[in-house]
Design a protein around this ligand. Structure first.
Ligand code: AHG
Ligand code: MN
Ligand code: MN
Length: 333
């Protein structure tokens, strides 16, 4: 085996694959990797330093905010603000976007959307959590403050997306539209090393991932699809952290579902910083990602920062199969 390749080395080598290769995106991805290391450190010692538990506040989506949500949000903003390559950030934890000033006369071209800590209700019980990010080129002219329109771009305009899973090991997975690669953090040296090259999702598998407790709140086609999974004795795996549930599916195959429910008629997950980045990654691995009514996630118009969407994603055979259930049972619903 040759020498291990670090995340930084890999990003620099791949810079030429990127259509606007200029080193700016490279610097941004490196900043995100650095923030992830700090978040990882805090997640790992969360039980020791009084940062588990609620922060006694709710975010704009009405979710209870954990102290680690706020810590992760602040670290991401600090690091993205540092290099001067990012001109604005939209986050699950912020009602509006943040506009970052130009640094050292650099005119930043990129905006970043983040779910700083995904699955935060799992922190207190030592179950894996994640970070999701998506990177867009701004639409407004450089050198001016960012605008809402810079963020309200459909997922098909993403130039890069990724996630970090803080699990039994910490893994950063990203794509710039030329396949997907994963890097595992070696905590003894504090570096991410290339560990999962060119991830490809299996066409079908024996796993499905959904909060089946909401079965009675799903539309008829989804209920029928879940009945089908049960009839086939598929294995149900649901962590309650989207990043971790989809991470499993990228390697082992299967389908992740968060359909619309009677409580959340448009779905619960957020389009901009949860569904779109994860859908880009799933597609880049050879998978598919649609809403629970069959539209491609990446083509959905984005009208608001915290817009919700349903999602069905994973192995292509299984996503197509769900589409056939939609067609079959839609009229009856
Ligand atoms: P977040 O912690 O960023 O608010 O996201 C939680 C999300 C997602 O990770 C997970 O798939 C889903 O909420 C779980 O929701 P349910 O508890 O309704 O199943
Ligand atoms: Mn989330
Ligand atoms: Mn979150």
């Amino acid at each position: 085996m040759g020498r291990l390749i670090t995340l930084d080395e890999f990003i620099i080598k791949r810079q030429k694959d990127f259509p606007y290769a200029s080193g700016e995106l490279t610097a941004l991805l490196r900043d995100i990797g650095l923030a992830a290391k700090l978040i990882n450190r805090e997640v790992n010692r969360a039980g020791l330093v009084n940062i588990i538990g609620l922060a006694d506040t709710q975010n704009v989506s009405g979710d209870e905010v954990q102290k680690l949500d706020l810590y992760a949000n602040e670290r991401m903003i600090d690091f993205l603000g540092n290099s001067g390559e990012c001109c604005g950030i939209a986050s699950e934890e912020l009602e509006s976007f943040v506009s970052l000033p130009d640094i050292e006369s650099k005119q930043a071209k990129y905006v970043v959307v983040i779910d700083p800590l995904d699955g935060s209700s799992n922190i207190d019980v030592n179950v894996s959590v994640g970070t999701i990010f998506g990177i867009y080129r701004r639409i407004s002219p450089t050198g001016t403050p960012v605008t809402l329109e810079d963020f309200l771009q459909p997922g098909n305009k993403l130039v890069a997306a990724g996630y970090v899973t803080y699990g039994t090991s910490t893994i950063l997975v990203y794509t710039t539209g030329n396949g997907v690669n994963g890097f595992t953090l070696d905590p003894s040296v504090g570096e991410f090393f290339l560990s999962h090259r060119n991830i490809r999702i299996p066409n079908k598998a024996k796993y499905y991932s959904v909060n089946q407790g909401y079965y009675l709140k799903f539309d008829l086609p989804m209920r029928r699809y879940i009945d089908h999974c049960n009839a086939l004795n598929l294995k149900l795996r649901y962590i309650g952290t989207m990043v971790s549930d989809i991470h499993r599916i990228l390697f082992q195959g299967g389908v992740f579902l968060y359909p619309n429910t009677t409580d959340y008629p448009s779905g619960k997950l957020r389009l901009l910083y949860e569904c779109n980045p994860m859908a880009f990654i799933v597609e880049q691995c050879g998978g598919k990602a649609t809403t629970s009514t069959g539209e491609r996630i990446l083509d959905i118009p984005v009208h608001a920062l915290h817009q919700r969407s349903s999602i069905v994603c994973g192995s292509p055979f299984m996503v197509d199969e769900i589409k056939s259930f939609l067609e079959l049972y839609q009229e009856e619903a």
